[in-house]
Design a protein around this ligand. Structure first.
Ligand code: PMP
Length: 431
């Protein structure tokens, strides 16, 4: 196997001299599983290829956007047609409203939206608007949820249930982090206590309604309902970060799945069909605070970019027509069941969490429902799993604490091959 990644290794050496860690987003550098990344050359359907000519079943799918698989024809057509008309105008186009209308139809809570260029931008803008709307500064997030890299969101909890934050990243001023309270995910009592102490100073609660960023974790019954109830009672803005779950776990995202209406929603990933995009929106009375209607400033040179918006419209059109969510869920369940059964046969402690087409194998023997339980997983075993699977033509997210995905291009053949790869990994390198 030593030459299998020869070209990728060479490319990585060059990249590492020029870019921090050789990458443009840290997780791609494989720090948590060791080794070096493969360099991608192309993708088709459920498969991604590297510059050494290796083929992989792709469960990363650009970290979520590619729910239709790589290079879906209708998305390619839309992007090509748009490209011939011009790459960017800096003037409004009709299709921006078309995309916003598609979003509103799927997410009735999003009465008005603003398009931006990334999930990070969507979330940080939503928080600014929530603060402007409420006239309050404090925000609440949950440990292990990732909401992009805005300063005051790079904060995690200490071990206590109610820790007013310390920064997770150097370069984030303590003063910014202090405005962020971090609570354990799924801990209803902790949220109640915080609201009873500070409720009237909280501008917003932001949550991944289904978490992808500590591996896939589902909300326990009553958790999201309690957030809704407390935010309403205290005049705080409930923000669902559906950058990952939007148009992914259901056409109308986690809010459709769980029947809860947030005040604001952040979107990204799927709504750009693989091109850079984000969106935030919510109740009209809140969104009317955004410039130029209101006094909360937010802008972007490439916001509503014609290529991204065209790709997004095409992707959502396919999803709306085909409604593949049951298919995706069935396939994901089949894959997870196969992986669990294989692990069980060999006495490996592993369990899976999944929601729709988001899934994770945790190497642990306990339920995983928050950051602490996720962290009990055997990350050394995960690292071996990652590499063993990759060497057998299966590309997984290179971290125990990231969700994997399925696309409509993944069929039974891919699932069977993946389970076989896991079986042979177990025999040769996992135990
Ligand atoms: N929110 C969530 C839930 C995410 O998963 C991500 C990215 N993984 C972001 C926000 C940030 O999005 P982006 O990387 O597009 O800035």
């Amino acid at each position: 196997m030593s030459d299998r990644y020869k070209n990728s290794k060479k490319a990585f050496e060059m990249a590492a001299r020029l870019m921090p860690g050789g990458v443009n987003s840290p997780v791609r550098a494989l720090k948590s599983v060791g080794g070096t990344p493969f360099f991608a050359s192309k993708g088709r359907g459920a498969y991604i290829y590297d510059i050494d000519g290796n083929e992989y079943i792709d469960y990363v799918l650009s970290w979520g956007p590619l729910i239709l698989g790589h290079c879906h024809e209708e998305v390619i057509d839309a992007v090509m047609n748009a490209a011939f008309q011009g790459f960017s105008f800096g003037a409004p186009t009709e299709r921006e409203a078309v995309l916003c209308e598609m979003i509103r139809e799927a997410f009735p809570s999003v009465e008005m939206a603003r398009l931006v260029s990334s999930g990070t931008e969507a979330v940080m803008s939503a928080i600014r608007v929530a603060r402007g709307f409420t006239g309050r500064d404090k925000i609440v997030k949950f440990a292990g949820c990732y909401h992009g890299h805005a300063d005051y969101l790079l904060v995690k909890a200490g071990s206590g249930a109610m820790t007013f934050g310390t920064p997770d990243s150097k370069g984030v001023p303590e003063d910014f982090a202090r405005l962020t309270a971090t609570l354990p995910y799924n801990d209803i009592e902790a949220v109640r206590q915080l609201f009873s102490a500070e409720g009237d100073r909280i501008a917003a609660v932001i949550v991944e309604p289904v978490v992808g960023n500590m591996g896939t974790i589902l909300p326990r019954e009553g958790f999201l309902e309690t957030l809704r109830e407390l935010c309403t009672a205290h005049g705080a803005v409930l923000i669902f970060d559906e950058v990952m779950t939007g148009f992914r776990v259901a056409y109308g995202g986690a809010q459709e799945l769980f029947g809860i209406k947030p005040d604001m929603t952040a979107l990204g990933k799927v709504i750009g069909g693989g091109l850079p995009v984000g969106a935030y929106g919510g109740k009209r009375e809140i969104m009317e605070n955004v410039s130029p209607l209101g006094a909360v400033y937010q802008a972007g040179t490439l916001s509503g970019n014609p290529l991204s918006v065209s790709a997004g419209i095409a992707a959502l059109t396919v999803l709306k027509r085909e409604m593949p969510y049951q298919y995706l869920e069935n396939k994901t369940k089949k894959l997870c069941a196969g992986l669990e059964e294989t692990a069980k046969k060999k006495g490996i402690a592993a369990r899976t969490n999944s929601c729709g087409s988001m899934w994770t194998v945790f190497f642990t023997d306990t339920d995983v429902y928050d950051l602490d339980t996720a962290k009990r997983s055997d990350t050394t075993m995960f690292a071996r799993f990652y590499h063993a699977m990759r060497d057998r033509g299966v590309s997984l997210p290179p971290s125990q604490f990231e969700a994997a995905f399925l696309s409509i291009a993944h069929g039974d053949a891919e699932i069977e091959k993946t389970i076989e790869a896991f079986e042979s990994s177990i025999y040769s390198c996992l135990i």
